[in-house]
Design a protein around this ligand. Structure first.
Ligand code: ATP
Ligand code: MG
Length: 389
């Protein structure tokens, strides 16, 4: 089939042509939006899931929906050693400038902008994060240098402005597990304060399954502060919809046998469905796509995953980390006890803690509970097994 017309969207955060099986999340967001916009408080949401399940796509979707209703929306991707204050400031700058464009510089908006400017000056004293914000920085608002205090003050200021404008403030945080404990604590604190005042401020975070524990370590009340939702692989019909509908939009049909092949190898993981959908499309000559096309597509897709999705992570690891990953892989995709992993290597767990911690930091492994370890990357165990030694 014409590769130019290929309707599949393998990638990171790329919107699929068919966003399958996420009605519950989208409905939840819509209720939250309406509640907040009518002045009722609601909890924020924390989405957790393995690599490639579609967390970023959901955050992007929430962003679009909120922006359609005129909300002030900032999206931050944590990690990369950039402090949260700077990333948030950069994203809010745009959101506030477009709010000013839409609503004009009301007194209320001016007050929010000057608190925002004070907030940014603590991250970039040269004013580079407040470019285009032509107001004087506020004194004594959001400018102590302590993120927990400053963020709360800024958020309350912004939320009040949002109330004036009849909208809300939404802060989306991707890869949230990469924030430091003090940054997580500051965010919890801001959510906590704003929640108690019915302020129009919502945080939606997304991250690896380790995120709830990281939040709990930062603030013990965080478990009540957010609604936690696991984003998992797509179930039967939804996986099929994700595979079939993009092709149907181009008048191309999947035969039952072809569907069976790809649904079998993709195990419902959205990223895998996009990769296999794409490789099969590129190989198939005519509609309907048949089992032979799917067989070749499955092999091509697996090669692509082995090089990119799995291989790049493997090649990025040191020999010591690779030995550890091999031992975890012996337990398959299920979590292993760290003591068992050590036993598989004839070592003591304490001798392996450096490699393990590095792999957690890289986001390749996570601790589903104390004393256990698992892959964040679905299918990594079989990849390592396929690789052999
Ligand atoms: N509901 C869905 N239906 C079909 N395809 C989807 C769906 N959600 C995501 N995808 C596709 O899956 C891939 C991965 O999505 P996304 O980048 O959002 O995953 P992620 O959970 O953020 O992964 P990571 O943890 O690596 O950041 C993308 O190619 C996207 O188009
Ligand atoms: Mg993502």
């Amino acid at each position: 089939m014409d590769p130019v017309q290929n309707p599949y969207a393998p990638g990171a955060g790329r919107r699929p042509l068919e966003l399958a099986g996420r009605h519950a999340e989208l409905d939840r967001f819509e209720i939250l939006r309406q509640r907040v916009q009518t002045g009722a408080a609601d909890r924020g949401i924390v989405l957790t899931g393995l690599r490639g399940v579609g967390k970023t796509v959901l955050l992007n979707e929430f962003r679009v929906l909120a922006e359609q209703h005129g909300w002030i929306v900032a999206k931050v991707e944590a990690g990369g050693n950039r402090p949260f204050r700077a990333s948030l400031a950069q994203s809010l700058n745009q959101a506030l400038r477009s709010a000013t464009g839409r609503h004009g510089l009301t007194d209320r908006l001016r007050a929010a902008l000057s608190a925002f400017k004070a907030f940014t000056l603590k991250a970039a004293p040269d004013g580079s994060l407040a470019l285009g914000i032509d107001v004087e920085p506020a004194r004594g608002r959001a400018d102590t240098g302590d993120l927990e205090i400053d963020l709360t003050e800024l958020v309350l200021e912004l939320a009040e402005t949002a109330g004036d404008l009849g909208v809300g403030v939404l802060v989306l945080i991707d890869e949230m597990q990469d924030l430091s404990a003090s940054e997580l604590a500051a965010i919890c604190s801001a959510s906590h304060e704003s929640g108690q005042r019915d302020a129009r401020f919502v945080v939606i975070g997304a991250g690896l399954p380790s995120l709830p524990a990281a939040l709990r370590d930062a603030k013990s009340y965080s478990e009540r502060l957010y609604e936690y939702r696991q984003v998992g692989p797509l179930k039967g019909d939804d996986a099929e919809i994700a595979l079939v509908r993009p092709a149907a939009a181009r008048n191309v049909v999947w035969s039952d046998a072809a569907k069976e092949v790809i649904l079998g190898v993709a195990s419902g993981y959205p990223y895998f469905l996009q990769v296999y959908g794409k490789t099969t499309w590129d190989y198939a000559k005519t509609s309907p796509i048949d089992a032979e096309d799917a067989g070749v597509g499955a092999e091509a897709g697996r090669d692509e995953l082995d090089i990119g999705f799995f291989g790049s992570r493997w090649d990025d690891s040191t020999p010591a980390q690779q030995s550890y990953l091999r031992a975890v892989a012996e337990g398959g995709d299920e979590p292993s006890a760290t003591a068992d992993v050590a036993a598989r290597m004839n070592r003591k767990p304490s001798e392996l803690s450096v490699a393990r911690d590095e792999l957690i930091k890289k986001g390749l492994l996570y601790a589903p509970e104390r004393g256990a370890i698992a892959f964040t990357v679905p299918g990594m165990a079989s990849f390592i097994e396929r690789k052999g030694n």
